[in-house]
Design a protein around this ligand. Structure first.
Ligand code: SAM
Length: 268
């Protein structure tokens, strides 16, 4: 991939998703874009760029972003966040709160929002609680996978066995075994496509907790700051923001108070 073509992909990806492809990512971009081009029967990058720009449906840019972005995730990833959440939910419930709104921003294939749903179910009884989880991602491909909540056996390994039995239905046998999230746990989770690089967002808030983990690493500081300001606006005073452990947001979290590394609270 020559530098001009790389620059053209960089611009269009940044423009549409806020994802900042750093210098030196040529090989990665060329491999991922190449795969998509083969699927379309195209051999020339210029031709593919034209196809994206001329596509009025916006479908092809979604395909390109799908090809470019990394969707790695897992159930109960960075488990301290879920322990912390369970404790706060318990406290809020004990204090009389009965409406809970959580947001998994950049939810990938659903493991994160379903882990939130399990944590919520364990924190308080189902009856008399209005609890919902918004789960968003830019990738339509991962959202389509999330909705039915079906996971291969190796994917549900991080889920403790008693939770797996309670919240998943086992289907098939041997290598074909699939675990489907039970309907009762799927119901409170609402999946929507949302581009985090383009605030303001249509949600009304106020939200109790936002998980925005392992996505800001792809953004530059401008996009990160805009997103953090919007999440601050949407949180209730005393609401929490969790970010990925590997994300360094030093100097950008002026409004938030640090609770511990990767956990922030909106001041009361
Ligand atoms: C590495 S996954 C993180 C999943 C999950 N939050 C976790 O920590 O396990 C990153 C996700 O961010 C999504 N993403 C990338 N750019 C985005 C954007 N501009 N708006 C919303 N989602 C985006 C990708 O599609 C991908 O599913």
């Amino acid at each position: 991939m020559n530098p001009d073509i790389f620059e053209a992909f960089r611009e269009i990806v940044y423009d549409r998703s806020g994802i900042h492809l750093r210098e030196g990512k040529e090989a990665l971009v060329s491999a991922r874009v190449g795969k998509r081009m083969r699927a379309l029967g195209l051999t020339d990058y210029g031709q593919y760029l034209r196809r994206i720009k001329e596509d009025e449906t916006g479908e092809e840019i979604v395909q390109l972003l799908d090809a470019i972005s990394t969707n790695v995730t897992s159930f109960f990833r960075e488990p301290e966040h879920f322990d912390f959440l369970a404790a706060r939910l318990g406290e809020w419930y004990a204090a009389g709160q009965r409406r809970f709104r959580l947001w998994s921003a950049a939810c990938s294939s659903g493991e994160e929002p379903y882990s939130l749903a399990m944590t919520m179910r364990e924190a308080f009884p189902e009856n008399g609680v209005d609890a919902r989880i918004l789960a968003t991602d830019i990738s339509t491909r991962v959202l389509e996978r999330s909705l039915p909540g079906c996971y291969r056996a190796d994917k549900v390994e991080p889920v403790p066995p008693e939770k797996r039995d309670r919240y998943f239905e086992r289907q098939g046998r041997g290598e074909e075994t699939v675990f489907q999230v039970r309907e009762g746990l799927r119901k409170p989770v609402l999946f929507r496509r949302l581009n985090l690089s383009q605030p303001p967002f249509p949600m009304r808030g106020p939200l109790d907790v936002i998980f925005c983990r392992n996505v800001m690493i792809y953004f530059d500081n401008l996009v990160r700051k805009r997103l953090l300001d919007e999440m601050y606006r949407l949180l209730k005073p005393g609401g929490y923001l969790m970010v990925g452990h590997a994300e360094s947001l030093t100097g950008m979290m002026s409004e938030f108070k640090v609770v511990k590394p990767s956990i922030y609270v909106k001041k009361e």
